[in-house]
Design a protein around this ligand. Structure first.
Ligand code: NAP
Length: 462
């Protein structure tokens, strides 16, 4: 727990760092700061949600149980006495960036890239058109998910098109194609399980604007589609390289093409749901008056520069639901600039740049630093690079403990905020396990901020 006890750092007290965002990037940053620094460091790990783990809780698909289990490992960093989890605090609302910076010696922004990228085509705002971020937030039980909009879009869906061929698109297609029995053992909120059990999806099309060689999904995730209990995976052989063409030089591409060839040998079974992977088609506009009824696409080829080039040949894919899964983008915090094109905070090796020059005591790690790429573990290396820059600046005297300040949590409470600390999170954790047990499940995610806070208050006797 951060305090003002004397220490070796600058002969006074530990270096105090605030980390904004308690997802994997923030937790790895806190871990690197407390375990690798040559001087004592204390970390306040802030999150706007009352829960830690960011995309590990609200992004990794709930049916990826092994991947989600990484939260057990991440929890160890939260248990470190030098780290204080401070949830339910929004920087920019509960405390300004300037105030936060005044409370600590350095701030590391690790709040990720929460926004979706639009397709910017006609019809995108029709009911029945969703961003993958909407659907993922909903099925993971994110408190800010727009439940009514997602459930309205899903009601009565028979055919769905997922635009994009990344791992998120595969997550979405898989969850839509799963049987209720396959989802029962996840920690999805009960209303999500109920809504998914009620759907009668006959076909999910996953659409790539370029070819299989340019797809960004990974082989393991692609291969996993074959294990779907209730759906057949199909690929049009015409979308694949000819059997007589040389094996792709890129090993990832070669492995993906091998898996896709296996899918191309499948045949559709009458009355059995299908997941169809289609390539060389780019979305042109969503069709429908009251809600989505189809997606118009243009056939493409891949030009010499690897870009999708339109052929002028169009077709309509009838569908009730279009989910765009074309990447995430980050946004600034009030008082923190973001490059609109890349959706990242300008930085050099993790040092935030303001007007092109490093800003004293401000750092960045994770997706808001490098963009929405990589797996959870990628953030470990990324966080270490940023922490190395921060510690080098501390060593060089660029950042120094600047006097005694009020404790951050005390300040937040005095301003009417309700910070959720580690023991409070433990109460939420226990409440979710207890909720799951009522239905014979290991855990049920609580999806309302008020229920999460009620669990905290009940445990604290408030
Ligand atoms: P992504 O890997 O960047 O994929 C985005 C997809 O959208 C690409 O296929 C891209 O095609 C396509 N796209 C972009 N703009 C488009 C447009 N206007 N029209 C049609 N298609 C368009 O992003 P992601 O799937 O959101 O994943 C984000 C990161 O999280 C990735 O690093 C991913 O591996 C990771 N992740 C990992 C897992 C896992 O390990 N299981 C699960 C989920 C996510 P082009 O290539 O043609 O631009």
């Amino acid at each position: 727990m951060p305090d003002d006890s004397p220490s070796a750092a600058d002969g006074g007290r530990p270096l105090r760092v605030a980390v904004v965002g308690a997802g994997p990037a923030g937790i790895y940053t806190a871990e690197a700061l407390t375990r690798r620094a040559p001087v004592p460091v204390t970390v306040d790990l802030l999150d706007r949600l009352p829960t830690p783990f960011g995309l590990v809780r609200h992004g990794i698909a709930p049916d990826h149980l092994k991947m989600r289990a990484i939260r057990e490992t991440l929890h160890r960093a939260l248990d470190d006495p030098g780290v204080r989890f401070v949830g339910n605090v929004e920087v920019g609302t509960d405390i300004t960036l300037d105030d936060l910076r005044a409370h600590v010696d350095a701030v590391v922004y690790t709040y990720g890239a929460a926004l979706d990228r639009p397709l910017s085509i006609d019809g995108e705002d029709l009911p029945g058109s969703l961003a993958a971020t909407d659907l993922v937030a909903w099925y993971c039980g994110h408190p800010d998910a727009d439940r009514a909009r997602v459930e309205d879009a899903l009601a009565g869906v028979r055919r769905a098109v997922v635009v994009g061929v990344g791992n998120v698109a595969l997550d979405v297609a898989r969850v839509l194609a799963r049987t209720p029995e396959e989802l029962e053992h996840t920690d999805m909120p009960q209303h999500v399980l109920d809504a998914l059990a009620a759907k009668r999806v006959e076909e999910v099309t996953v659409l790539g604007r370029r070819g299989p060689a340019q797809a960004s999904f990974t082989t393991k995730e692609l291969d996993e589609l074959a294990e779907l209990a209730g759906a057949t995976v199909l690929v049009d052989p015409a979308d694949l390289p000819g059997e007589d063409e040389p094996r792709p030089a890129d090993r990832l591409v070669a492995r993906n093409v091998d898996v896709l060839r296996g899918f191309a040998a499948h045949t559709a079974e009458p009355g059995h749901p299908r997941v169809r992977l289609r390539f060389y088609r780019r979305p042109v506009r969503l069709l429908g008056d009251e809600r989505v009824t189809g997606l118009e696409v243009e056939r493409t080829t891949v030009d010499a520069d690897g870009r999708a080039a339109g052929t002028g040949e169009y077709e309509v894919l009838p569908t009730d639901l279009v989910v765009r899964s074309v990447g995430y983008r980050g946004q600034g915090l009030p008082g923190l600039p973001v490059d609109q094109r890349s959706g990242t905070v300008p930085n050099e090796d993790g040092r935030v740049l303001r007007e092109g020059a490093p800003s004293t005591g401000e750092y960045v790690a994770g997706w808001i630093k490098r963009g929405p790429t990589g797996v959870v573990g990628t953030n470990k290396h990324d966080a270490r690079e940023t922490v190395a820059a921060l510690l080098a600046d501390a060593e060089a005297g660029v950042i120094v403990p600047h006097g005694d300040r009020d404790d951050l949590v005390r300040t937040l409470r005095a301003r009417g905020a309700e910070p959720v600390l580690l023991d409070d999170w433990r109460a939420i954790d226990a409440a979710e396990v207890a909720l799951g047990a009522t239905r014979g499940r290991a855990r049920t995610t609580m999806h309302e901020r008020e229920s999460l806070l009620a669990a905290v208050r009940a445990a604290a006797g408030r």
